[in-house]
Design a protein around this ligand. Structure first.
Ligand SMILES: [Zn+2]
Length: 112
């Protein structure tokens, strides 16, 4: 188990950035662009050409050519919702809200 997990706080800084405070008190900001590009829902993963639904996509392997994310509203972060004790779900300006970002997945995003 990583010493950074689980996070202590997820804070929405703006419609374009969140801040994560980890268990070890380290802090990372993640832009909405990154979050949206790497949305872990099945639809977005399919758009990225990732057919593996078994585990979250590793950002390092992604080829990242999502036309959708160039639209302003699709990277506008509306709401952050807690999902159990293991993840957050994000709702976007274009009403997309299927992505569940687990703690290990968020950590992967900031460490890539
Ligand atoms: Zn998605």
């Amino acid at each position: 188990m990583n010493s950074k997990l689980p996070p202590k706080e997820i804070r929405k800084l703006s419609e374009h950035e969140i801040q994560v405070t980890w268990a070890d008190n380290s802090i990372n900001q993640i832009t909405s662009e990154v979050l949206r590009k790497l949305c872990p829902c099945a639809v977005c993963k399919a758009e990225r050409g990732d057919t593996s639904h078994e585990k979250p996509l590793s950002p390092k392997k992604s080829s990242l050519s999502i036309v959708e994310s160039t639209r302003e509203e699709s990277v506008e972060l509306k709401t952050i919702r807690g999902v159990g004790n293991y993840a957050i779900a994000l709702e976007w300006g274009d009403r997309h809200d299927d992505g569940i970002y687990t703690w290990p997945y968020l950590l992967e995003l900031v460490q890539s």
